[in-house]
Design a protein around this ligand. Structure first.
Ligand code: CP
Length: 309
């Protein structure tokens, strides 16, 4: 399978066979991601890291991935320190990054920005999150985490919880899990439900779907609980946010009656939706999940540049 030169804009651009290939290749990257083995397959390659929106995990794990492969990184995490401040267009910024590097990773607040960037670039563009749109590398690492923790993705009973309206990670993950025949339960406040078109798409792919606002019953049979933050920055109206913030909080009391093999995932950052006491339980895999971003992004950087182990 050849991914050299390909853009990564949406998980929808990948078949299940391609996803499985990438996850298998990412497994090979784990000892390199941990620093137990070394490689210089990306020696001489440069990554442009363009973050127009805040990030901790995505940006740092891409940087870690590039460093672990012995490549170099240029870029910015503060767009106000770039010529965008002087009115430069996104297209021109991308033309510059293309001229200076071999691959571009970009996070932007506007949905569709990554697809636009890919049109102006002859080097691969990786979407690191575009507004409320897509976050495909997060989706790869979420699937990878389920695979590593549960030994298979097919047929898992998965709850997606929280902000299902604006949450780009759950939009991508719902679609991908549908490819694997998951049993999906969407749990959210009424005004933050999963968009209807994503529900229809998942059903067409064969997923069994339920929607509810009540977590306590749904959680009893779940294999995976995927928690999301209610994202204040995505709400057009502060009053709408105030009505739903704090609706769900995962704590040890809630976890008394769950499947003992349940795993709790979260793309992070979290604020109040998972109590810190849960971090000490065997259910919590969200910090391992965040680490899994490194081997996944190493695999993607390697495959897109065509420099493989
Ligand atoms: N999961 C995720 O995208 O985290 P950051 O916003 O910190 O990159």
């Amino acid at each position: 399978m050849n991914f050299k030169g390909k853009d990564i804009i949406s998980i929808r651009d990948f078949s299940k066979t391609e996803i499985n290939f990438i996850l298998k290749y990412a497994k090979k990257m784990i000892p390199y991601a941990k620093g137990e083995k070394t490689t210089d397959i990306l020696h001489g390659k440069v990554l442009s890291s363009l973050f127009f929106e805040p990030s901790t995990r995505t940006r740092l794990s891409f940087e870690s991935a590039m460093n672990r492969l012995n490549g170099k990184i240029i870029g910015f995490a503060d767009p106000t320190a770039t010529s965008q401040k002087k009115g430069e267009s996104l297209a021109d910024t991308i033309r510059m990054a293309e001229a200076y590097s071999d691959i571009i990773v970009m996070r932007h607040h506007l949905e569709g920005a990554a697809r636009l960037a890919a049109e102006f670039s002859n080097v691969p563009v990786i979407n690191a999150g575009d507004g409320a749109g897509r976050h495909p590398t997060q989706c790869f690492l979420d699937l990878f985490t389920i695979l590593l923790e549960k030994k298979k993705i097919d047929g898992q009973n998965v709850i997606l919880l929280g902000d299902l309206k604006y949450g780009r990670t759950v939009h991508s993950l719902a679609y991908a899990l549908a490819l694997y025949g998951a049993e999906l339960t969407f749990v959210s406040p009424k005004n933050l439900q999963m968009p209807k078109e994503i529900v229809s798409e998942c059903k067409e792919l064969g997923a069994n779907i339920q929607s509810t606002s009540k977590l306590d019953k749904a959680i009893r049979n779940a294999d995976v609980l995927y928690v999301t933050r209610i994202q204040k920055e995505r709400f057009p109206d502060a009053e709408e946010y105030n009505q739903v913030v704090g609706t769900y909080q995962i704590n040890n009391e809630l976890l008394n009656n769950v499947n003992e093999n349940l795993i709790i995932m979260h793309p992070l950052p979290r604020v109040t939706e998972i109590s810190p006491e849960v971090d000490q339980t065997d259910f919590a895999v969200y910090f391992k999940q965040a680490f899994n971003g490194v081997p996944i992004r190493m695999a993607l950087l390697s495959l897109l540049t065509g420099e493989t182990l």
